[in-house]
Design a protein around this ligand. Structure first.
Ligand code: MTE
Ligand code: MO
Length: 408
């Protein structure tokens, strides 16, 4: 019965609408059990689709797959061909319940404590606004985007392709702030950011707090953002103030940031120490394993998804290189046997942004396996397969991200 409901959900989601994927779902009953433990409830046949939670009620419901009150992804057919993802279509992911909406009522009064610098200080957003400003376009992507394609049934939200978007952030370069405070302490190796959620009672704070460390290399590009897509940063996406580490996975972009510290070691918060660590299937997370920091090169097709035209088709998609600019994207309509270079669409908003792409293909009646493959300017190319790992992180294999399109 459960398998049927998963199948039904698969059928509703173009990203899962392929026979290989269905087979995988049927073969992963254990995975489904794990998934339901985490509170993910598949949409059953005839059941009303879940509504948006209050804190994200302003979002475009039809553009999103609502996995849970804390996890919503953009539908593959709603990603579009734009260089910037409209805010009301952008995915949402909260590890903890979002703080009350009123934290964004008076954004300039929000305080952030800065430590591990020569002159530690608490600054308000109002003060930060006087210290410098820049705008950066950057892809925001959850580490588990593509998790649904792992056959071992990685636990966590079953994201397909839509836990990602490209957004425009405006705020002060972290470097300007740190320079004004005398620079980082000598020996600082990490920038540690703390989220402003109030923590549930009765639990060890270290096990729930959203606190992430990234290497100090990120100081060159990090910004403290108060605007997203030319509007005051909503509390849904981390307003009044968010740490943005361009080209790094979503989790490092700490929302409602209330403290920043330059530290010698990484935080021992669970989300850093054992969470977001890449390890073999069946292994537990630990600090010696790679952390989800810089994103890898990735692309996927956004149109067509199910049926194509008999004749000329325009194949669209999006591609990005994490912290590295893109070189090219290739598209195949025969599952990767033959490739054709796509053309980038729209302005280049810098190395951290994604690039919509398009390639023309003449198709006659038949079934086509359409895939895309991006290469960055350092020569990194998307692999064909997955790197199997316990939590289903960092999937950039081109094969699983392909679509099957029928032309009649
Ligand atoms: N304070 C705080 N910051 C956070 C999170 C969170 O739960 N709390 N979730 C992280 C994760 S895992 C992701 S993928 C992104 C999602 O950002 P979005 O909700 O703006 O799309 O925020 C990151 N920053
Ligand atoms: Mo995430």
């Amino acid at each position: 019965m459960k398998q049927e409901t998963m199948l039904q959900r698969g059928a509703n989601d173009p990203g899962l609408n392929n026979p290989a994927r269905r087979k995988l779902l049927l073969g992963s009953a254990g995975a489904m059990a794990a998934v339901s433990l985490l509170g993910f409830v598949p949409v059953a046949r005839g059941e009303e689709p879940k509504s948006l939670p209050d804190y994200a009620a302003w979002k475009e419901r039809n553009a999103l797959i609502v996995h849970s009150a804390n996890t919503m992804e953009t539908r593959r057919d709603a990603i579009g061909n734009g260089v910037i993802t409209p805010s009301d279509r952008l995915f949402v992911r909260n590890n903890l319940p979002a703080p009350p909406k009123n934290i964004a009522d008076n954004p300039d009064a929000w305080e952030v404590k800065i430590e591990g610098v020569r002159n530690p200080r608490t600054l308000t957003v109002g003060e930060l606004k006087g210290m410098g400003v820049t705008t950066v376009a950057s892809v925001l992507q959850c580490s588990g985007n593509g998790r649904a394609f792992f056959p071992h049934g990685a636990s966590g939200t079953q994201w397909t392709v839509g836990a990602a978007g490209c957004v425009m952030w405006t705020g002060v370069p972290l470097k300007d702030v740190v320079d004004a405070l005398g620079g980082p302490d000598s020996g600082a190796r990490y920038i540690t950011s703390t989220g402003g959620e109030s923590l549930p009672d009765g639990l060890d704070p270290k096990t729930v707090i959203v606190e992430r460390s990234v290497p100090t290399d990120a100081l060159e590009s990090a910004i403290l953002a108060w605007e997203m897509n030319d509007e005051p940063l909503t509390h849904t996406h981390g307003g009044p103030l968010r740490m943005v580490i361009p080209g790094y996975y979503g989790v490092n972009n700490v929302k409602y940031v209330k403290a920043i510290a330059f530290t010698e070691s990484q935080t021992d918060a669970k989300i850093q120490a054992s969470g977001y660590r890449v390890r073999d299937v069946g292994k537990k997370g630990s600090p010696d394993q790679p952390s989800m920091w810089e994103m890898n090169v990735k692309s996927w097709v956004t149109s067509p998804l199910e049926t194509g035209q008999n004749g000329r088709n325009m194949i669209y998609g999006v591609a990005f290189g994490g912290t590295v600019a893109l070189d090219k994207v290739e598209v195949s309509t025969d599952g990767g046997k033959n490739w054709k270079q796509a053309r980038f669409l729209g302005p280049d908003l810098g190395p951290y942004a994604w690039r919509p792409f398009v390639a023309a293909a003449d198709l006659s009646a038949g079934e086509y396996s359409i895939v895309s493959r991006a290469t960055d300017t350092r020569g990194n190319t998307q692999p064909e397969g997955r790197t199997e790992n316990e939590r289903g992180y960092g999937h950039n294999g081109w094969k699983d991200h392909g679509v099957t399109v029928t032309v009649s």
